[in-house]
Design a protein around this ligand. Sequence first.
Ligand SMILES: Cc1cc2nc3c(=O)[nH]c(=O)nc-3n(C[C@H](O)[C@H](O)[C@H](O)COP(=O)(O)OP(=O)(O)OC[C@H]3O[C@@H](n4cnc5c(N)ncnc54)[C@H](O)[C@@H]3O)c2cc1C
Length: 821
Amino acid sequence: MTDTRIPERARVVIIGGGVIGASVAYHLTREGWTDVVLLEQGRLSGGTTWHAAGLVGQLRSHSNTTSLIRYSTKLYAELAAETGLETGWKNCGSISVARTDERMTVLRRTAASARAQGVDCEIIGADEAGGLWPMMETRDLKGAAWLPGDGKANPTDLTQALAKGARDRGTRIFEKIRVTGIRTRGGAATGVETDQGAIEAEIVVNCAGQWARKVGLMAGVGVPMHSAEHMYVVTGRIDGVTPDLPVMRDPDGYIYFKEEVGGLVMGGFEPEAKPWGMDGIPDDFEFQLLPDDWDQFEILMENALIRVPALEKAEIKQFYNGPESFTPDGNFILGEAPELRNFFVGAGFNSMGIAGAGGAGRALAEWIVNGAPTMDLWPVDIRRFAPFNNNPRFLRERVKETLGLHYAMPWPNRELQTARPFRRSPLYDRLAARGAVFGSKMGWERPNWFAGPGEPRETRYGFARQNWFDAVGREHAATRTGVAVFDETSFAKLLIQGSDAAATLGRLCAASVDVAPGRTIYTGMLNARGGYESDLTAMRLSEDAYLLVTGSAQPVRDADWIRRNAPDGARAVLTDVTSSWCVLSVMGPASRDLLARLTSADLSNAGFPFGTHRWIDLGDATLIANRMSYAGELGWELYAPTEMAAGVYDALHEAGANLGLIDAGYYAIEGLRLEKGFRAWGRELTPDVTPWEAGLGFAVALDKPGGFIGREALLTAKEAGPPRQRVVQFVLDAPEPTLWGGELVLRDGAPAGELRSAAFGHTLGRSVGLALLESPDGIDAAFIQTGRWEIDVAGERWAATPHLRPAYDPSGARVRADASG
Ligand SMILES: Cc1cc2nc3c(=O)[nH]c(=O)nc-3n(C[C@H](O)[C@H](O)[C@H](O)COP(=O)(O)OP(=O)(O)OC[C@H]3O[C@@H](n4cnc5c(N)ncnc54)[C@H](O)[C@@H]3O)c2cc1C
C-alpha cells in the first residue's frame, strides 16, 4: 500500500523507489530520521531492480566495498524476521572457476585478500568444484575458489521488504509521482518539484537509477553514468539443478549461473558491451525489457555450452535484456554532490545494486545523518569525478568497456582503453615521440614508462615482472645516480587567495602553514576522526596566497573539503588552477648541475634550501621552482605556465643530454617513493588512518595557535597508547617475487594486514611495499621487530623484513625530507 497525498515538506526526499532508494529510506529511519518521503515515478522496483538476477558476491577490490556487501548479506538474512516479508535470500555460496593459470593466480590472490578481510574463501581443485556443481564440465579447469558466505536474493521482494521496514518506522512512500525539478537556494538543495506539486526538504537524495544523470542535471550536478544492455536467459528445469546449488562464475567465459525454479539463470559480462539510451531514458520505461539480442549474447551462450553442456538440450524459457547504468570506472556513485549542498546521490550501480544495496544504503544514510561518511568510501565517492566525466560521448564509449570489467582479468596496472586519449598535457606529443607508454588518471594521459628503441610500446600484463621491468630499472637508476625528468602536469593545483587564506588553511591543515612566503609545507588535511582527507604540499606564494598541490585524482574532493570546512565568512577564494600549470620534476643528484646550466638562480643548498620555492628564470621561461622530492633525491619541481612547458622541456633535454638526462614515468615514481617509504593518499593514507598510524607525526603541529580539524581526535589517540593499525614498510627477503599491492601480510603465520602499495625497488634489488597492519592489542616497535613476517604472493608465503625507518635512506633523513644536499 502506498501513501496518496504528497506533503508540503519533509526532512528528506528520496527520488527513486528501486532497491537503492528503499535501502536509503530503511537505513535513514534506522538512524532515527523518520520524516522521510520516497517518490517513485512508476511502481516500486519497476525500473531496473525487478529484472536483476539477484547474485550477491561479497568480494570486491577494496576492503571497505567488500565490507558494505558483507553487511548486505547479514541484513538480507535478517530482514524477513524484522519486516515479515521474505527477501528470497539464500546463502547458497558461490564458486569461481579458472580456465587458465593466470586466472588461478587471481583466485589465489583473492583467497588471500579474503583472509585479510575476514571473508571465508577456500581454493579447491577442479574435481571438488565439480562435486559442488555436478552439471559443470571440469576437465579444462585449473581449479576454483569457494566462497560459502555468498548467496542470492529476490530483488523485488528485497525492495518490498526494505520499503516495509522503512514505512514501519515512518517513511511515506508515493508511487506514480515524478520529480520534475530540484529546488535550490544559496548553493543548497531545498526541495523538489513534482508533477503533483512541490515538497520542501532539508535533504534531497537522488536514487533514480538510470535516470540519475538526468535528475542530477536538473540540479546542475554531474552523475556520470550511461546505460548499457545487460542480458541473461532463464531455462526450464534441468536434471541435477537443486535449490541449494551454489552460484557459479566462469569469468574466463564471461558467464555466471544460478538456480531458479529448478532451471538455470545464465548471464554474463561480455567484453564489449552495447550502450543504450543515447537519446535519454524514457520516463515510462517501467517493468519493461529491451528486445532479445542473440548476436550480442552469442559469446556468452558459446561459453555457457562449454561449461554446462546440459544447456544444449534445455528449454530457454525467457530472455531478459534489461538496461543497467554503468560508470566510467565500474564503481558506483555515493555521496553529497560537490556542486550542491544537501543533494546526495546513490546511483550507477554497474550491475551490483542488489549485492550493494544494503551496505550502500547504510553508508549513504550515515553520510546524510553525520554530515560525513563514517568510513573511507573513496572508491565510490562522487567526488572522484569531475564535470568532464559527464560528457555523454565519453560515457558512451567508456561503458562499452566497464561492463566487462566484472570478469576481465584484474591485471596489476590494468589500464582502461576506451575514450582515450582524453586529457593531454601540452607535452603529450613530445613524450610520445620519446617512447612514452601512457596510463590514465583522472582522465590525464600520463607516461607510465618509456620504451627504449626497439622495445614494444605497450604494457604486456602479467603477475610476474612485466615487459617494462628493465625500462623502469633504467629510469630508477637515472633518478638515483644521475638525473631524470618526470611530467607531473596532472597534479591537482588549487590556488587559495585572500586576507584569510592563511587562517583558513591553518584550520584545515595539521601542520603549521603560517610560514614565510617562499616556504613549502607538507601537510595532511584531517577529518574530525583524525584521518587523512588529503595530504598535500602548500606553497606560500605571498602573504595572502597559497598554491596547494595535491594528487591527480583529488581536485574535486580536496576543493570540496576546503570549501565545506572553511570558517564561515572567511575572506578566501579557492580556484582550481590545474590546467594553468605544467609540472616538470627534475630529480636526481645531477639535477642541480642540469638546472644551473639554464638559470641564473642560486641553486646551492644555502641559497635554495629544501622546502622552499621561488620564481626563477629557466631558459626563455620564468617559472616557479619548488625544492621537493617524492623520489627521495635532490630535485626541483618546475611549475611552468602551460604555454611555456614545451620550451622548458626542450631546454632541459638540450642542456641535459651530456648529463645523461632521461624521461621517466609513474612506474618509476612508485618504486622510488616506496623505497623511501613515502606514503600516498588513497593507499596508505585514507580517511580511516591518522598521522600517528601513518608514521607521519612530524607533519603535525599539535600546539599551533587556533588548533585544526582533527586535533582533538589525535590528542585522544595519543593518550590511548600504541595504535591498533600502523603503516609499515616491508622488503621481501628474496629478490624474485613480484609484489603489486593488495597482498596479505602474516605475522607468525596469522593474518596481520595487507600491502596497500608495492613495487620493485631497483636500488634495493627486491620488492618493497607499505602495509597497513592491524592488531587489536596495539602495534608498537616491539610488535613489529619480534614477529616472523611473511607476505602471501598468490598462495606462496615469502619471508619479509619490516622497516621502521626507510629501507632506502642513504643520509638517514626523515620521511619526506630530501635526502641529499
Ligand atoms: C539483466 C540484469 C541483471 C542484473 N543482475 C544483478 C545481480 O545479479 N546482482 C546485483 O547485485 N545486481 C544486478 N543487476 C543490477 C541491479 O539490478 C541494479 O544495480 C539495481 O537494481 C539498481 O537499483 P536502483 O535503485 O539504483 O535503480 P532502479 O531500480 O532503476 O530504481 C530507480 C527508480 O527511480 C525511479 N525514478 C527515476 N527518475 C525518477 C523521477 N524523476 N521521479 C521519481 N522517480 C524516478 C525509477 O522509476 C526507478 O524505479 C542486474 C541488472 C540487470 C539489468
